[in-house]
Design a protein around this ligand. Structure first.
Ligand code: GDP
Length: 296
């Protein structure tokens, strides 16, 4: 994860070691190197700007702290700024005061939406909650089978569309009935994806949102995708409304741009990260732990 950014930052910090106290020139040079490293990691321009400005405000004119070398002082401030752009605090899914808590999984095809729906179902099952998965991605028949298989693997029931169902909204009355019968506390709806954002998809999601009134609309984003993923997220948020983001495939080596940009651009928290294909590889997102991992 973030190997090249971590490597770049380590190089910058290493160069600082042995250069004594924090002179204005040294701070200036370091800020410039960090700026370039972030741009190369594909972090959005505005976020890079706010990061280096925040860092500059902390470092410029800062007296040398006793017991800390200049390098240690810079690392501490980069860490703080990184925690800040990642969202400062952990954001969780708040369950509805009156069950069921309905969660929409949204995202483009291939983002890992269906897998993440099952991972989240397992997460809630682990909290001893009664969970129902809903296969509402009628655009991709394989997605229905995939969710059925995943549900069987984790022992969570999946509401499947009856043969001949063409409109996802037709599933809603069945979901309502099943929730009452099964006293489900958490309902996770795997909504349709597409290869790109289009108006038909947005229209479908808007209609479903109106019908279900979900407590959480989670956007699943492939961390390998870079800046274009941030653009897609902005469209989902403007059209449907996004309550939180789940980044998938963080077990792979991503440049990190989308992960570092999305909180500031979207003003919505990252809630979970996918760390592998297996269904237990979903982790809560902690900005401080992620910042430590990135800094190395
Ligand atoms: P969907 O089209 O958005 O529903 O995507 P899928 O759930 O079918 O996932 C697409 C591919 O990404 C599958 O091969 C998944 O196993 C894989 N995938 C999903 N999440 C992760 C993850 O966190 N790490 C890795 N390495 N692969 C993942």
């Amino acid at each position: 994860m973030f190997e090249s950014l971590t490597g770049r930052l380590e190089g910058i910090f290493k160069k600082l070691t042995g250069r004594g106290g924090l002179t204005e020139q040294l701070v200036g040079e370091t800020l410039e190197e960090i700026r370039v490293a972030l741009l190369e990691a594909d972090v959005s321009l505005d976020v890079v700007k706010s990061f280096t400005e925040g860092l500059s405000a902390r470092l410029v004119g800062q007296a040398q702290k006793s017991g800390l070398t200049g390098a240690q002082q810079v690392i501490a401030e980069v860490y703080q700024e990184m925690v800040h752009i990642l969202g400062d605090h952990r954001a969780t899914i708040a369950l509805a005061s009156k069950p069921p808590t309905i969660i929409f999984m949204m995202g483009l095809q291939g983002s890992g939406k269906t897998t993440t729906a099952a991972k989240l179902a397992l997460h809630f099952k682990g909290q001893n909650r009664r969970v129902l998965l809903v296969a509402s991605d009628l655009a991709r028949l394989a997605a229905i089978d995939q969710l059925k298989v995943l549900g069987e693997q984790i022992g969570v029931p999946v509401l499947l569309p009856p043969d001949g169902t063409t409109r996802p909204s037709d599933l809603y009355p069945l979901v309502k009935r099943r929730v009452i019968e099964g006293m489900y506390e958490v309902v996770i709806v795997d909504t349709a994806g597409r290869l790109t954002v289009d108006s038909a998809l947005m229209g479908e999601l808007k209609e479903l949102r109106r019908l279900y009134s979900p407590k959480e609309c989670l956007l699943v984003v492939d961390a390998m995708q870079g800046q274009e993923a941030v653009g897609v997220a902005k469209t989902f948020d403007a059209e449907i409304g996004v309550d939180g983001v789940v980044f998938t495939k963080l077990d792979g080596d991503t440049r990190g741009g989308a992960v570092l940009s999305i909180r500031q651009v979207l003003k919505k928290p990252i809630k979970f990260v996918g760390m592998g294909e297996k269904l237990d590889r979903l982790e809560a997102f902690f900005p401080d732990r992620m910042a430590s991992r990135i800094i190395g």
